[in-house]
Write a protein of this length. Structure first.
Lengths: 114, 114
């Protein structure tokens, strides 16, 4: 158990809908990272938050947004969903602002858009 | 920009045989390098990391990797494969001066036959 909790584990929704994925980092970790894993794109970095502030952005679509709350949990919001958004979404946390140490990954949320 | 290339999307070995998973990196500065393992329906777990200390890095479950600057490689090895090693393995790189994110390779699926 990595200590990172993601909910829900599975999500099935229709095109055009909006969903929210939730991540609770390990106790004490200030950084939260979101990654998307799909068969054709592999593991793609989406966005990082550190202590409530956005720190880095990767290949995140404009239809996607995220935030980190004062209690350090994070949410990834996906809207106007398309079939191609079907993927496994991982959250990772680390104690540092920089990714120079181990990042602990949750078990992921599998999103299926039908 | 950093990148990693994992040669061979699938590797098959017999139980007890040597495991060799290849990773080559591209980086303009000495990078940090990581190997992660993903078991079915699980998140990613860190196997080992190189952060500019010893070039031969030992990780969990008898895995090790050697950083070779001249070859820009960070291959993962294990002397004797176990059935439980069957999983997907990801090499990742980060820039120590800009460690906002990990850049992952496309992964290598390891199969172990009895």
């Amino acid at each position: 158990d990595s200590g990172v909790t993601q909910t829900p584990k599975h999500l099935i929704t229709a095109t055009g809908q909006r969903v929210t994925l939730r991540c609770s980092p390990r106790s004490g970790d200030l950084s939260v990272y979101w990654y998307q894993q799909s068969l054709d794109q592999g593991l793609q970095f989406l966005i990082q938050y550190y202590n409530g502030e956005e720190r880095a952005k990767g290949n995140i679509l404009e239809r996607f947004s995220a935030q980190q709350f004062p209690d350090l949990h994070s949410e990834l919001n996906l809207s106007s969903l398309e079939l191609g958004d079907s993927a496994l979404y991982f959250c990772a946390s680390s104690p540092a602002e920089r990714m120079n140490t181990e990042a602990f990954f949750g078990q992921g949320t599998r999103l299926t858009v039908v | 920009a950093q990148s990693v290339t994992q040669l061979g999307s699938h590797v098959s070995v017999s139980e007890g045989a040597l495991v060799l998973l290849r990773c080559n990196y591209s980086s303009s500065v000495p990078p940090y390098l990581f190997w992660y393992v993903q078991y079915p329906n699980q998140g990613l777990q860190l196997l080992l990391k190189y952060t500019s200390a010893a070039t031969l890095v030992k990780g969990i479950n008898d895995f090790e990797a050697e950083f070779k600057k001249s070859e820009t490689s960070f291959h993962l090895t294990k002397p004797s494969a176990h059935m439980s090693d069957a999983a997907e393995y990801f090499c990742a790189v980060s820039d120590p001066f800009n460690t906002d994110k990990l850049i992952f390779g496309t992964g290598t699926r390891l199969q172990v036959f009895p």
